[in-house]
Every structure is written in C-alpha cells, then in structure tokens.
Ligand binder design. Sequence first.
Ligand SMILES: [Ca+2]
Ligand SMILES: [Ca+2]
Ligand SMILES: [Ca+2]
Length: 357
Amino acid sequence: MSLCLVLLPVTLLAGTAPVAKPDLVLLEQGGRVSGEAEHFIAQSLTEPRAWHLVAPSRIPTVRPDGDSSHVAGASGGAYLEALPDVRRTHYEPIVVGESFSNTGGAMAVLSYRVRFSTPGRYYVWVRAFSTGGEDNGIHVGLNGAWPESGLRWQTTFKKQWAWDSRQRTDAVPRGEKHKLYLDISSAGDHLVQFSLREDGFEFDRWLLTTDRDYEPTGDGGPLSPAAGGALPAPFVIAADYTDPIDPPTPHDGTGLAMVSGDFQPGGRVTLVLNVEADHPVPAGARMEVVFTHESKAQVLTAAGSPGTDGKWRASFTPDRPGQWYFTVNVVRADDSPVTLYHNLSGIFPVTLRPPAP
Ligand SMILES: [Ca+2]
Ligand SMILES: [Ca+2]
Ligand SMILES: [Ca+2]
C-alpha cells in the first residue's frame, strides 16, 4: 500500500482570525470612538499567545485556562481572550515573552482602523473581565508605535465585566487614572492597536474619548458606526444561555487566599491568607472565614490567627464530600473591612478517598 497523503491546508487557530473584513474603518464623532474587541481587522505575533474569539457557539478549547468563559454580559455577545493562560496567580512565575510582556507591541497585536476628524488627546477605556490578579493588563498603541502613555493599562475590578482607564505605575501599582491616553496629531485614518501584557486577559470593548472626565458604564452604549466597510453582526446570546461555572480552584483567583490540606471528609483543611508585605493586617483586626458546603447543609466559621511568617491561617474539618466554598474577610476592630482582604472567595472539592488495600 502506497503512502499517499494529501495535505489540506488546516487553520489550526480558526478562533484567532478576524470576524471583521479588513476594510472596516470606525468613525470617530464628537471626540469619541468605541469598538468591539472582536472587531479587529488584523492580528499579528500570535505565538506563543494569541487572542481567541469567545462567543456562545465559539468557546475556545485552548488549555490551560484557569476559568470558564464569561460570554453572558459581553457586549456584542463576544469577547477576546489571550490564551493559553498559564500564569494565573502571582505564585506562578512570570515568563517574559510567554505569559507576560511589559513591552508594547511585542506579543499578540490587534489592529483597528479609525477615521478621526477631531485631533487631540484621547483617554483609553477598556471593558475587561479579570478573574485574578495576573490577567488584568494590556497595552495600547498607535500606528505601530507604543508610547509610554499607552503602556500598562490595568484594572482592579474582579470577576465582573467592568470599564477602567488606569495606568500601572511604580508609584501606584494598582493604577492611576487619566494617565492612559493616545495623542492623535492629525485628522484622517489611524491604526489603534492593543497588545498582550498578561495572558488570560479578557477583552470585550474599547473606547477613546477626548473628554477627560467621561466614564463609560454598562456595555458602553452604541458602537461607533463604520466609516468604511461594515460592522459585523453581533453574536446572538440565547435567552436561556448561562456561562459554565468556573472550575474549582483551591485559591480565590488572586492568590491572596488559598486552601491546602487533606481534602477528604474528616481531613483538616487550612486556609492561608498571603498577607502582602506592603499591606499588613492592621493591629486589632480579625480574620473571619466561612466554609460552606454546596448543599448549604453545613456552614462552618473559623477565626484566623497570624503565624510567625506573617501569614494568617484558619482551619476546619469538612464532614462530607462535594464542592465547598470559602469566603474570607479581614475587619478592623471597628468592624470596617480591610479592602484588600475583603470578600475573598473560592471553591474547592472534597472527595472520598478509596480505602487502603
Ligand atoms: Ca481564562
Ligand atoms: Ca494570566
Ligand atoms: Ca465584545
């Protein structure tokens, strides 16, 4: 038998191709322009990370990925995610050029063409969904250049679709407002670009505005019309559509709260609060942890205590298998919450272990 293979062209990464035609040009009007992330006209530098379309019938199968899809609530029924997502908490190493790039335009570059009639300074807003602390940054550039004012867009909103416009700086690692902008020097067509900073970033929409004080809300309102080409049709989300539940992870997604131990009925499970050196637990504060079985038939509370390593811990013993949820709260003596350690939550499985042979 002769070996006769016909090699057909195979598009391995179909979810990374544009859904918009290359002639799409968005129209800036009155100092504002807004587009869907999924309406990019070109994507380049797609190894080892690429932006993948996520829509109800188009869920990527790229692994690893630390969480489920978040199509419900996405503008236009779709968004982009930089996959695979290898670095999900700050306990996994940064690998520059793989899971992370602090350089604009170095990895997974998206392009959008905009017809500007109003030159000026445009503040950049992005609508994103961040599950953890290592999937909340992106860069923005213009015509192949990556000015300092477009680098390190970052949000601190978690586990929700939210607009933000902040720049991560050495002075304020959580991000400063009014620092993320592009200067459009002339009327005419310009290429607005976004590139990967952190893998796992979920990118729904973007908006540029000359109004320093404007803050988009909700899904961001109407999209800018096409000045050339045509806007793709939105993806339809069925009325009964729900996103899958995020898979169990023994941490809260940020790495601040993690559980470890013997995950079986009767075993001892310990929650560790990884107190950050620059955010110590205030004197007189207390840590309260609630462990809840999925059936809600067992709800256990535990008080935390500090260890010599500066971390706080609380332990409990589950009495039954299944999914367990934890919530952590650190509150001051006057009952006010300590923001960084407030309402941290996660889910983890407890399973029956087979008897020893
Ligand atoms: Ca993800
Ligand atoms: Ca990540
Ligand atoms: Ca979208």
